[in-house]
Design a binder for this molecule. Structure first.
Ligand code: G5P
Ligand code: MG
Length: 209
C-alpha cells in the first residue's frame, strides 16, 4: 500500500496515546499527536496556546493546523491522535489529507477522571506512564532517557471536567461526518488492553485492502 493514514479519536484520557503506541509499534506508522506537538513546540511559541491548554479549551483552528499539517506532509504512513476535534478540522483534514480509517475510543467519563490523576509523561518523546496501570521502572523517571517525568497542568480534576465537556460538545458532528464516509470504527470499553485485539485486527484488515 502506498499510503496508510489513520485517525484516533476519543475523550481526554480514553487511551489514545496508549493505544497509538501499540498501533505504531505493530504497524510501523508515525504517531502524530496534536497535543504532544503543542506541548513541545506550540506552547513555547504562543502564550494564548499555553493558556487555552491550561484551561482545557481548544486552541484556535488556524493555529492547530499550522502545527499539525506540516508534520503530516513529512510522513507517508501515519496515525493522527487528537485531531480533528471539530467539524471544521475534520473537513479541512479530509480535503488536504484524506484518511483510510477513524478509530473511535468510546470510554465512559467515570473511567477517565480516575485515570488522569495518576498520569506521568515524558514531554520530549511523548511516552506515557501511570502510577498504577503502567508505572515507570523508577518512580518519576523516564525508562528510556532517564530524564524526569512531569504531570500535565491540564490533568487537575476541574480542568479534566472542562476538557471532557469541550470534547462532548464538539465531537458529535465529527463522528457523524466520518460515519457518513464509512470510515468510522467504534470500540467501547474501559481497558486499553481489552480493546487492542479488535483494533489490531481491523487495522490489519484496512492496511491489506
Ligand atoms: P491532547 O494532548 O490531545 P486529550 O485531552 O485529547 O489531550 P489525553 O489527555 O492525551 O487526551 P489520551 O491520549 O486519550 O489522553 O490518554 P492516554 O494518555 O493514553 O491515557 C491516559 C492515562 O491513562 C495514562 O496515564 C495511561 O497510562 C492510563 N491508561 C491508559 N489505558 C489505561 C487502562 O486501560 N487502564 C488504566 N487504569 N489506565 C490506563 O490535547 C491537550 C490539549 O491540547 C489542545 C487542547 O487545548 C487540548 O485540551 N489541542 C487542541 N486544540 C484544538 N484542536 C485540536 N485538534 C487540538 N489538539 C490538542
Ligand atoms: Mg494523549
Amino acid at each position: 500500500m502506498k499510503f496508510f493514514r489513520a485517525v484516533i479519536v476519543g475523550p481526554p484520557g480514553s487511551g489514545k496515546g496508549t493505544i497509538s503506541s501499540m498501533i505504531t509499534e505493530t504497524f510501523g506508522l508515525k504517531h502524530i499527536s496534536s497535543g504532544d506537538l503543542l506541548r513541545r513546540f506550540g506552547a513555547s511559541q504562543s502564550p494564548s496556546v499555553q493558556l487555552a491548554m491550561k484551561q482545557g479549551k481548544l486552541v484556535p483552528n488556524e493555529m492547530i493546523e499550522d502545527v499539525v499539517f506540516p508534520e503530516l506532509r513529512r510522513h507517508t504512513h501515519w496515525l493522527l491522535d487528537g485531531f480533528p476535534r471539530t467539524f471544521m478540522q475534520a473537513k479541512s483534514l479530509m480535503r488536504q489529507h484524506p484518511v483510510d480509517v477513524v478509530v473511535n475510543l468510546n470510554v465512559p467519563d467515570e473511567t477517565i477522571v480516575n485515570r488522569l490523576h495518576g498520569r506521568w509523561i515524558h514531554i520530549a518523546s511523548g511516552r506515557i506512564y501511570h502510577s498504577l496501570f503502567n508505572p515507570p521502572k523508577v518512580a518519576g523517571v523516564d525508562d528510556v532517557s532517564g530524564e524526569p517525568l512531569e504531570q500535565r497542568s491540564d490533568d487537575q480534576p476541574t480542568v479534566v471536567q472542562r476538557r471532557l465537556d469541550t470534547y462532548h460538545k464538539e465531537i458529535y458532528p465529527v463522528l457523524e461526518f466520518f460515519k457518513g464516509l464509512n470510515l468510522l470504527k467504534i470500540y467501547t470499553g474501559t481497558e486499553s488492553k481489552a480493546l487492542w485485539p479488535e483494533i489490531q485486527k481491523d487495522i490489519k484488515h484496512f492496511m491489506e485492502k
